[in-house]
Each structure stands twice: as structure tokens, then as C-alpha cells.
Design a protein around this ligand. Structure first.
Ligand SMILES: Cc1cc2nc3c(=O)[nH]c(=O)nc-3n(C[C@H](O)[C@H](O)[C@H](O)COP(=O)(O)O)c2cc1C
Length: 177
């Protein structure tokens, strides 16, 4: 099947997630188009049999370009099998309130775009101190400290569970027929 993998990223972790998913789908014999939502002009979702959209959460929202792509293509997306990957740091933990927040953010995305994906997976992201400006670096070091996380203050600290993500993708594609 021809599958679209479209992603929005701010610091790069969701690009890594999307590449992993694209490889997984290609290895399973699918034809994959990997697309940065910042480069989605002229996108025709009708060319694809199924779609994966991925974005990361910053301040409770996904990338505006991702919202726009989902909104603009909601009708075509809604009649195809769809998987939404929501990348965040809250998904790295097990705080019930934070998980409730994640579900509310994904629900708001579905409401705002008009695309209700058949499956939503919350994927743990990463601290990427090399990508932050001074203020973001300060804020993220504080968050890491509050969470009791030992992080590399210069580099990446990744929480993404690649095996779990691969299994979720395999499970989703297994139902595509
Ligand atoms: C400024 C900023 C705000 C963030 N806000 C949230 C948030 O509201 N909830 C959350 O769970 N994670 C939040 N995160 C964590 C990101 O979702 C996480 O680092 C993710 O891996 C970023 O993916 P990306 O590199 O593809 O942009 C935030 C990160 C930054 C830098």
C-alpha cells in the first residue's frame, strides 16, 4: 500500500520518529512518502491508501503547520486508515494528570482539524538541549530537575521507546489488509 508519513517537528525528535516509522513501513513492503508538513504545498492525500501524521507538543499544542495539513485534508484523511503519533515529554512518565492532559490535547487536535484518526499513539520524545535557545534551555533544565531526570545539559536525552513504537506500527499495518 502507498502510505503517507507527514510530520511536524520543532527540535527534530519527531523527524527521527517519522523516519523510523517510514523505514518500518518500507521494510514491511509498503511504498512510503515521508513529508515535512512545512513542505506540504499541493499535497493530495487521495494518492495514498493510508496516512500517518506525527507532531510534537510545545506548550500544549502541535505545530501549526501540522494542524493546517490535517485541517485542509480532513475529508480525505477521514476515509482512509489513519495513525496519529503525538510526541511529548509527558508520555515519558506515568503521571495520571499529565496523561489526561495528553489525551485532551490530542482530542482538541481532532476537534480543531475535523480529522479523528483511527488510532492515536502517544510517543515519548526527548530533551534536545543542543536545539534550545538560552531561555528554552533554562526552562527545560528546570523541568528536568523538577521531574528528577538526569539529563545531558548540552546534548540529547531520549525517552522514545523504539521497540514499542515499532510494535504499534506493525499492529496498525496488520489491520490495513
Ligand atoms: C518550549 C517547549 C515546550 C514544551 N511543552 C510541552 C508540553 O506542553 N507537554 C509535553 O508533554 N511536552 C512538552 N515539551 C516537550 C516536547 O514535546 C519534546 O521535547 C519533544 O520530543 C519535542 O519533539 P520535536 O523535537 O519533534 O519538536 C516541550 C518542549 C519545549 C522545548
Amino acid at each position: 500500500m502507498k502510505i503517507l508519513v507527514a510530520y511536524g517537528t520543532t527540535e527534530g525528535q519527531t523527524r527521527k520518529v517519522a523516519r523510523f516509522v517510514a523505514d518500518r513501513l518500507a521494510d514491511a513492503g509498503h511504498a512510503v512518502e515521508l513529508l515535512d508538513v512545512d513542505d506540504a504545498e499541493g499535497l493530495d492525500v487521495a494518492r495514498f491508501g493510508a496516512a500517518v501524521l506525527a507532531g510534537s507538543i510545545h506548550g500544549g499544542r502541535y505545530q501549526p503547520a501540522l494542524v493546517e495539513v490535517a485541517q485542509r485534508n480532513a475529508q480525505a484523511l477521514s476515509v482512509r486508515p489513519g495513525l496519529f503519533l503525538s510526541v511529548s515529554l509527558s508520555a515519558a512518565g506515568d503521571d495520571a494528570e499529565e496523561w489526561e492532559g495528553l489525551r485532551a490535547i490530542a482530542d482538541e487536535f481532532a476537534r480543531a482539524t475535523g480529522w479523528r484518526p483511527g488510532r492515536v499513539e502517544h510517543v515519548a520524545g526527548a530533551f534536545r538541549f543542543g536545539e534550545y535557545d538560552y531561555f528554552k534551555g533554562w526552562m527545560m533544565r528546570r523541568i528536568a530537575r523538577e521531574k528528577g531526570e538526569a539529563v545531558d545539559p548540552e546534548g540529547d536525552t531520549e525517552y522514545t521507546d523504539w521497540a514499542a513504537l515499532g510494535a504499534a506500527v506493525d499492529d496498525w499495518t496488520g489491520a490495513l489488509g
